[in-house]
Design a protein around this ligand. Structure first.
Ligand SMILES: Cc1ncc(COP(=O)(O)O)c(C=O)c1O
Length: 404
């Protein structure tokens, strides 16, 4: 008789977004005349830029003719895309990454969830708290995290690194030594970043203790400040300890198209074995390549026109971020983020819990955000608003919050 993977049963359930949906639909049913504004979503709302659409049309047409038809893509990605990524995202900023160290995929969620497969079963992971839930949950599914304590919201075999106002959202080096360290900067949910010097501390630490950093840079395109790294490979020594994961979702609106990539330098080794070779083996066995038309669309992102067009979209979202941040601060909220990221993380007023503040905002301002406690125990007492809405809705939502 078949048995299920019992590690899946340990997961506490997708409580956060289902609870939000239930609360919002109950409110809408009771108040059909109220216009709800959603500033909780992590999805983009602007359409795909014209240059990228043009490329999609062209490559769709190529599929209609035997001479230009494309079947299975190379497992690790087409050279036209890997070369332009290496050139634009790495060589141009002085980072020593070559095209054959780039693995093209269908997005950062799959990669950040699957990367744990190439590490030993008894590896110890360290995560920032609050955190993008995929890192912990995929390690739970793999049976690596011990038992869950509902009272503390923590797993017994995970090292948590709190990021709060008290430490200015800069995680401290753990006292217990991890094998795998997940870092995400600019951060979801807090919108905060590390300076180059602060990131260098982590790279030095990982090299010293023999850990690997899995660096999720999905929001890299939102960085505006000079002293914030766009890539971890700007830090010295990162080639021997860091894997970087990138996405086309937030910089170019590919949330529905699906494209991303992971960089694994050949210098990260355990004995004679490179992580690069294991991920190549994994990709070859479990992944049949991102679609040709989507990789061509990704290539168009790097064209001069594509770059200009996506920069406009990012500026649109970052203008929303500025409105949210300035509006909240003008009425006394303490906020972080919104400068190098499309997320604004606010401290709830009067020591309200994250969920109390969610209810308060929904009922009094008809605005939906995301309770910080849903991202980890240290998110309690915080709340996330996102800049991915329309300008008009963002302005209206903030005006309503200011009047509370
Ligand atoms: C930190 C982080 N990593 C990865 C992703 C997923 O990216 P993708 O759409 O490429 O799967 C998200 C999406 O919200 C995210 O916030």
């Amino acid at each position: 008789m078949f048995r299920v993977n019992e590690d899946y049963l340990k997961l506490p359930g997708s409580y956060l977004f289902s609870t939000i949906a239930k609360k919002v639909s109950a409110f809408t049913e009771a108040n059909p005349d109220k216009k709800i504004i959603r500033l909780g979503i992590g999805d983009v709302t602007q359409p795909i830029a014209p240059k990228i659409i043009e490329s999609l049309h062209n490559s769709v047409d190529e599929m209609a003719h035997a001479e230009t038809f494309h079947g299975y893509a190379p497992d690790l990605g087409y050279d036209f895309l890997r070369n332009v990524i290496a050139e634009h995202d790495y060589k141009r900023i002085g980072a020593d990454i070559s095209a054959d160290e780039i693995f093209v995929s269908d997005g950062a969620k799959s990669d950040s969830g699957s990367i744990q497969e190439i590490f030993a079963h008894d590896s110890k992971i360290a995560v920032c708290d609050p955190v993008y839930p995929v890192y912990v949950d995929t390690n739970v599914m793999a049976g690596r995290t011990g038992v869950y304590d509902a009272a503390t919201g923590k797993w017994s075999n995970v090292i948590y690194m709190p990021c709060t106002l008290e430490n200015n959202f800069v995680p401290e080096l753990p006292t217990e030594t991890p094998d795998i360290i997940y870092l995400c900067f600019p951060n979801n949910p807090t919108g905060t970043t590390l300076t180059k010097e602060q990131l260098q501390v982590w790279v030095d630490y990982a090299n010293k203790v023999g850990a690997v950093i899995i660096y999720d840079a999905a929001y890299e395109a939102y960085i505006t400040e000079e002293n914030v790294c766009h890539s971890i490979y700007e830090c010295e020594g990162a080639r021997t300890c860091a894997i970087e994961i990138r996405s086309f979702s937030k910089n170019a609106g590919f949330t529905g198209l699906r494209l991303g990539f992971t960089v694994i330098p050949k210098d990260i080794k355990s004995g004679d074995v490179t992580l690069h070779s294991l991920w190549a083996r994994r990709h070859g066995t479990k992944f049949n390549g991102a679609p040709y038309i989507i990789q061509r669309a990704g290539e168009a992102v790097y064209s001069a026109e594509g770059q200009a067009q996506i920069k406009e979209q990012i500026a649109y979202y970052m203008n929303n971020a500025k409105i949210i941040k300035a509006g909240l601060e003008s009425v006394g909220y303490k906020t972080v983020g919104g400068v190098n990221a499309p997320y604004i993380w606010l401290k709830t007023p009067d020591n309200m819990t994250s969920w109390d503040f969610f209810d308060y905002l929904l009922e009094k301002a008809n605005v939906v955000g995301t309770p910080g406690s849903g991202f980890g125990p240290s998110g309690e007492g915080y709340f996330r608003l996102t800049a991915f809405g329309s300008y008009e809705n963002t302005v209206e939502a903030i005006e309503r919050i200011k009047k509370l």
